[in-house]
Design a protein around this ligand. Sequence first.
Ligand code: HEM
Length: 196
Amino acid sequence: MKTTATPMRVDVEIAAERQPGGSVRLATERSYEMQAWKRYSPRLADVSYRDVLLVLHIAGAGTWLGANVVQAVVPPMAARRSAEVLAGWYRITSSLAKRLYVPAAILILITGVLMVLDSEAYGFGSLFVTIGFGMIVVGALLGQFVFGPGGDAAADAVESGDGVAIRSTVARLTRFGIIDTLLLLFTITAMVLRLS
Ligand code: HEM
Protein backbone atom coordinates (compact mmCIF):
# COMPACT_ATOMS: atom_id res chain seq x y z
CA MET A 1 0.00 0.00 0.00
CA LYS A 2 1.53 3.32 -1.05
CA THR A 3 1.15 6.51 0.94
CA THR A 4 1.87 10.08 -0.06
CA ALA A 5 3.42 12.34 2.55
CA THR A 6 1.62 15.66 2.88
CA PRO A 7 2.21 18.51 5.29
CA MET A 8 -0.17 18.29 8.21
CA ARG A 9 -1.91 21.21 9.88
CA VAL A 10 -2.10 20.76 13.63
CA ASP A 11 -5.15 22.44 15.14
CA VAL A 12 -3.61 23.63 18.35
CA GLU A 13 -3.61 27.32 19.03
CA ILE A 14 -1.02 27.41 21.78
CA ALA A 15 0.93 24.47 23.21
CA ALA A 16 3.67 24.16 25.76
CA GLU A 17 6.97 22.55 24.81
CA ARG A 18 9.67 21.51 27.23
CA GLN A 19 13.09 22.69 26.03
CA PRO A 20 16.31 20.61 26.49
CA GLY A 21 17.37 22.78 29.47
CA GLY A 22 14.07 22.13 31.23
CA SER A 23 12.44 25.49 30.47
CA VAL A 24 8.97 25.64 28.93
CA ARG A 25 8.33 27.36 25.58
CA LEU A 26 4.93 28.29 24.20
CA ALA A 27 4.49 27.19 20.57
CA THR A 28 1.92 28.84 18.34
CA GLU A 29 -0.20 27.08 15.72
CA ARG A 30 2.04 28.56 13.01
CA SER A 31 5.22 27.07 14.42
CA TYR A 32 3.50 23.66 14.65
CA GLU A 33 2.59 23.95 10.97
CA MET A 34 6.21 24.71 10.08
CA GLN A 35 7.48 21.76 12.10
CA ALA A 36 4.94 19.45 10.47
CA TRP A 37 5.97 20.69 7.03
CA LYS A 38 9.66 20.10 7.78
CA ARG A 39 8.91 16.61 9.04
CA TYR A 40 6.85 15.60 6.00
CA SER A 41 8.48 17.54 3.12
CA PRO A 42 10.41 15.08 0.93
CA ARG A 43 14.15 15.40 0.35
CA LEU A 44 16.09 14.43 -2.80
CA ALA A 45 17.05 11.14 -1.15
CA ASP A 46 13.34 10.24 -0.95
CA VAL A 47 12.88 10.32 -4.75
CA SER A 48 11.22 7.05 -5.73
CA TYR A 49 11.16 4.93 -8.89
CA ARG A 50 7.65 6.28 -9.59
CA ASP A 51 8.85 9.90 -9.15
CA VAL A 52 11.58 9.35 -11.78
CA LEU A 53 9.07 7.78 -14.18
CA LEU A 54 6.59 10.62 -13.61
CA VAL A 55 9.24 13.30 -14.26
CA LEU A 56 10.19 11.62 -17.57
CA HIS A 57 6.50 11.13 -18.41
CA ILE A 58 5.73 14.83 -17.84
CA ALA A 59 8.89 15.82 -19.76
CA GLY A 60 7.56 13.84 -22.75
CA ALA A 61 4.11 15.45 -22.47
CA GLY A 62 5.70 18.91 -22.12
CA THR A 63 7.83 18.32 -25.21
CA TRP A 64 4.75 17.38 -27.23
CA LEU A 65 2.69 20.36 -26.05
CA GLY A 66 5.62 22.79 -26.38
CA ALA A 67 6.35 21.65 -29.95
CA ASN A 68 2.69 22.26 -30.85
CA VAL A 69 2.87 25.80 -29.45
CA VAL A 70 6.11 26.50 -31.36
CA GLN A 71 4.48 25.25 -34.58
CA ALA A 72 1.58 27.64 -34.02
CA VAL A 73 3.71 30.76 -33.49
CA VAL A 74 6.63 30.29 -35.92
CA PRO A 75 4.89 30.35 -39.39
CA PRO A 76 3.83 34.04 -39.27
CA MET A 77 7.35 34.96 -38.09
CA ALA A 78 8.94 32.89 -40.87
CA ALA A 79 6.56 34.36 -43.48
CA ARG A 80 7.68 37.89 -42.53
CA ARG A 81 11.29 36.88 -43.35
CA SER A 82 10.79 35.33 -46.81
CA ALA A 83 9.08 32.57 -48.80
CA GLU A 84 12.28 30.49 -48.60
CA VAL A 85 12.35 30.69 -44.82
CA LEU A 86 8.65 29.74 -44.62
CA ALA A 87 9.09 26.79 -47.03
CA GLY A 88 12.17 25.67 -45.05
CA TRP A 89 10.18 25.83 -41.83
CA TYR A 90 7.40 23.64 -43.23
CA ARG A 91 9.99 21.10 -44.45
CA ILE A 92 11.38 20.98 -40.91
CA THR A 93 7.92 20.49 -39.36
CA SER A 94 7.30 17.53 -41.63
CA SER A 95 10.39 15.77 -40.22
CA LEU A 96 9.48 16.75 -36.63
CA ALA A 97 7.00 13.86 -36.57
CA LYS A 98 9.77 11.26 -36.70
CA ARG A 99 12.54 13.21 -34.98
CA LEU A 100 10.60 14.69 -32.07
CA TYR A 101 6.99 13.51 -31.70
CA VAL A 102 7.67 9.77 -32.05
CA PRO A 103 10.48 9.75 -29.41
CA ALA A 104 8.30 11.87 -27.06
CA ALA A 105 5.30 9.54 -27.57
CA ILE A 106 7.47 6.43 -26.96
CA LEU A 107 8.85 8.00 -23.77
CA ILE A 108 5.32 8.86 -22.57
CA LEU A 109 4.10 5.36 -23.42
CA ILE A 110 6.94 3.42 -21.75
CA THR A 111 6.94 5.54 -18.57
CA GLY A 112 3.12 5.44 -18.45
CA VAL A 113 3.03 1.63 -18.73
CA LEU A 114 5.77 1.25 -16.08
CA MET A 115 3.86 3.55 -13.69
CA VAL A 116 0.69 1.51 -14.16
CA LEU A 117 2.59 -1.75 -13.52
CA ASP A 118 4.13 -0.19 -10.39
CA SER A 119 0.83 1.04 -8.96
CA GLU A 120 -1.80 -0.59 -6.79
CA ALA A 121 -4.07 2.47 -6.97
CA TYR A 122 -4.90 2.31 -10.70
CA GLY A 123 -4.59 -0.15 -13.57
CA PHE A 124 -4.92 -0.60 -17.33
CA GLY A 125 -8.71 -0.38 -16.91
CA SER A 126 -8.56 3.16 -15.44
CA LEU A 127 -10.20 5.78 -17.65
CA PHE A 128 -7.24 8.19 -17.63
CA VAL A 129 -4.92 5.41 -18.78
CA THR A 130 -7.29 4.53 -21.65
CA ILE A 131 -7.44 8.23 -22.61
CA GLY A 132 -3.61 8.29 -22.56
CA PHE A 133 -3.42 5.30 -24.91
CA GLY A 134 -6.04 6.95 -27.14
CA MET A 135 -3.98 10.14 -27.35
CA ILE A 136 -0.86 8.21 -28.35
CA VAL A 137 -2.82 6.48 -31.16
CA VAL A 138 -4.40 9.76 -32.35
CA GLY A 139 -0.98 11.44 -32.29
CA ALA A 140 0.62 8.61 -34.28
CA LEU A 141 -2.17 8.73 -36.91
CA LEU A 142 -2.06 12.53 -37.22
CA GLY A 143 1.74 12.49 -37.50
CA GLN A 144 1.71 9.79 -40.16
CA PHE A 145 -1.19 11.00 -42.30
CA VAL A 146 -1.59 14.73 -41.62
CA PHE A 147 1.46 16.53 -40.21
CA GLY A 148 4.20 14.58 -42.04
CA PRO A 149 2.77 14.89 -45.57
CA GLY A 150 1.09 18.24 -44.73
CA GLY A 151 4.37 19.96 -43.91
CA ASP A 152 5.88 18.92 -47.26
CA ALA A 153 2.67 19.89 -49.11
CA ALA A 154 2.74 23.36 -47.49
CA ALA A 155 6.44 23.76 -48.37
CA ASP A 156 5.74 22.75 -52.01
CA ALA A 157 2.85 25.25 -52.17
CA VAL A 158 4.98 28.10 -50.77
CA GLU A 159 7.84 27.28 -53.19
CA SER A 160 5.45 27.25 -56.18
CA GLY A 161 3.81 30.52 -55.07
CA ASP A 162 0.33 29.01 -55.55
CA GLY A 163 -1.86 31.14 -53.23
CA VAL A 164 -4.84 28.76 -53.22
CA ALA A 165 -2.64 25.75 -52.40
CA ILE A 166 -0.83 27.72 -49.67
CA ARG A 167 -4.12 28.71 -48.02
CA SER A 168 -5.61 25.20 -48.14
CA THR A 169 -2.48 23.34 -46.94
CA VAL A 170 -1.80 25.85 -44.14
CA ALA A 171 -5.50 25.85 -43.07
CA ARG A 172 -5.46 22.03 -42.87
CA LEU A 173 -2.27 22.02 -40.75
CA THR A 174 -3.70 24.72 -38.46
CA ARG A 175 -7.05 22.90 -38.05
CA PHE A 176 -5.43 19.59 -37.11
CA GLY A 177 -2.82 21.36 -34.96
CA ILE A 178 -5.63 22.91 -32.90
CA ILE A 179 -7.43 19.53 -32.62
CA ASP A 180 -4.21 17.79 -31.51
CA THR A 181 -3.47 20.50 -28.92
CA LEU A 182 -7.02 20.47 -27.49
CA LEU A 183 -6.97 16.66 -27.21
CA LEU A 184 -3.56 16.88 -25.55
CA LEU A 185 -4.86 19.41 -23.00
CA PHE A 186 -7.85 17.14 -22.36
CA THR A 187 -5.49 14.17 -21.84
CA ILE A 188 -3.32 16.16 -19.43
CA THR A 189 -6.48 17.15 -17.49
CA ALA A 190 -7.62 13.50 -17.38
CA MET A 191 -4.16 12.50 -16.05
CA VAL A 192 -4.07 15.25 -13.40
CA LEU A 193 -7.58 14.31 -12.21
CA ARG A 194 -6.75 10.57 -12.52
CA LEU A 195 -10.18 10.04 -14.10
CA SER A 196 -11.26 6.51 -13.25
C1 HEM B 1 -0.10 11.94 -24.79
C2 HEM B 1 -0.47 11.15 -23.81
C3 HEM B 1 -0.25 11.47 -22.36
C4 HEM B 1 -0.06 12.66 -21.73
C5 HEM B 1 -0.04 14.05 -22.34
C6 HEM B 1 0.10 12.37 -20.31
C7 HEM B 1 0.33 13.32 -19.35
C8 HEM B 1 0.44 13.07 -18.01
C9 HEM B 1 0.69 14.05 -16.99
C10 HEM B 1 0.89 15.54 -17.23
C11 HEM B 1 0.69 13.41 -15.80
C12 HEM B 1 0.96 14.04 -14.44
C13 HEM B 1 -0.32 14.21 -13.68
C14 HEM B 1 -0.07 14.59 -12.25
O1 HEM B 1 0.96 14.26 -11.69
O2 HEM B 1 -0.97 15.21 -11.66
C15 HEM B 1 0.45 12.02 -16.05
C16 HEM B 1 0.36 11.05 -15.09
C17 HEM B 1 0.19 9.71 -15.36
N1 HEM B 1 0.11 9.12 -16.60
FE1 HEM B 1 0.06 10.06 -18.35
N2 HEM B 1 0.03 11.02 -20.13
C18 HEM B 1 -0.19 10.43 -21.36
C19 HEM B 1 -0.30 9.09 -21.64
C20 HEM B 1 -0.27 8.11 -20.71
C21 HEM B 1 -0.35 6.68 -20.98
C22 HEM B 1 -0.44 6.08 -22.36
C23 HEM B 1 -0.31 6.05 -19.78
C24 HEM B 1 -0.36 4.57 -19.47
C25 HEM B 1 0.01 3.63 -20.26
C26 HEM B 1 -0.20 7.04 -18.75
C27 HEM B 1 -0.12 6.81 -17.41
C28 HEM B 1 -0.03 7.76 -16.43
C29 HEM B 1 -0.04 7.46 -15.01
C30 HEM B 1 -0.18 6.09 -14.41
C31 HEM B 1 0.08 8.69 -14.34
C32 HEM B 1 0.00 8.93 -12.85
C33 HEM B 1 1.26 8.65 -12.14
C34 HEM B 1 1.05 8.87 -10.66
O3 HEM B 1 0.89 10.00 -10.21
O4 HEM B 1 1.09 7.88 -9.93
N3 HEM B 1 -0.17 8.28 -19.36
N4 HEM B 1 0.31 11.83 -17.40
